[in-house]
Design a protein around this ligand. Structure first.
Ligand SMILES: [Mn+2]
Length: 302
């Protein structure tokens, strides 16, 4: 019997979701069971109790699945509801342990990681701070950044499973020129190449090229350098299907093609949490999710 490593399954980010603890622990265990079936010695997973043993042969993938997947979400005080609903939509569908960390500009300033002055073209507080993602993840493993104006409709595991170590970053490579000249509550909309690529990015934080994204660079570099990924060669940027950054008002569902059904809706023009966008496409989906979140939050308080 080749027993080498004990896997501790940690549940993170579930503090306000007590009812989900059990479900998510089981999900994480099921995942180990699926990926390591042939390596497991002795009895089935179900008959083992609180300690799970697996062979070290699969240690890399097991480490990946047992460590929570870090998801940094851009936070803006004007869009508190959007953040909460985005977070909720990820957590409730995730079959893997995830850790959701808001990128709050005030916190970063306090820690001395962020000091640049706000420019007039910045439509959110995380326009630039988002590029601190690999730094905030200690340049370890893969981590994700996503805007708060996303609504997840699918299991984040599906997205994480697309990760390929040969890339420095992976994202939806939109070819996109927005029609609107203003967005959300009147902020100026700017048009540039690779528009919207940086709104959801899987970062290979350990990739040497991403060391460039340190506080000095993020605080001084231009928007073009950062948002167009100019620290990378084209072949270092991997592509993810557009349904993972489905742009409301731009991307369309083809009823005959199930691969066009959104897995994450991006209310990039502004979502139902703004009065002006309360009737946008997919508004009801977001409002339903908000209601679900409110119910959960209420249960926790009572
Ligand atoms: Mn956005």
């Amino acid at each position: 019997m080749h027993v080498a490593a004990c896997i501790r399954v940690s549940i993170v980010g579930g503090g306000s979701y007590p009812g989900l603890h059990c479900h998510r622990l089981i999900s994480a265990v099921e995942e180990l069971q699926l990926t390591d079936e042939e390596e497991v010695n002795g009895k089935s997973w179900a008959s083992q109790r609180s300690v799970f043993y697996v062979s070290t042969k699969r240690s890399a993938s097991v480490r990946m699945s047992s460590k929570p997947f870090k998801i940094f979400v851009g936070y803006d005080p004007r869009e508190e509801d959007a953040y909460q609903v985005c977070r909720h939509s990820i957590l409730k569908r995730s079959s893997i342990p995830v850790e959701i960390i808001p990128i709050k500009q005030a916190d970063l300033r306090e820690k001395g990681f962020y000091w640049r002055e706000r420019g007039q073209l910045e439509s959110t507080e995380f326009s630039f701070s988002r590029f601190l993602t690999p730094f905030l993840a200690n340049y370890e493993g893969w981590a994700m950044f996503v805007d708060c104006d996303f609504l997840y409709l699918a299991d984040i595991k599906e997205l994480r499973d697309l990760i390929d170590d040969k890339y420095a970053v992976m994202c939806v490579q939109h070819d996109y020129a927005p029609k609107e000249s203003t967005k959300m509550d009147g902020a100026v909309q700017t048009v540039y190449p690779r528009k919207n690529w940086s709104s959801m990015v899987l970062y290979n934080c350990a990739h040497p090229k991403n060391r460039v994204l340190n506080p000095d660079t993020v605080n001084t570099q231009t928007g073009a350098f950062l948002h167009r990924f100019q620290w990378l060669e084209d072949h270092e940027i991997g592509s993810v299907p557009f349904v993972w950054n489905f742009l409301e008002g731009h991307n369309k569902v083809d009823d005959k093609d199930p691969t066009t059904s959104p897995k994450a809706i991006h209310y990039t023009r502004g979502g139902p949490w703004f009065e002006a966008w309360k009737n946008c496409e997919f508004a009801q989906l977001w409002l339903d999710e908000k209601e679900d979140y409110d119910l959960q939050a209420k249960k926790v308080t009572n």
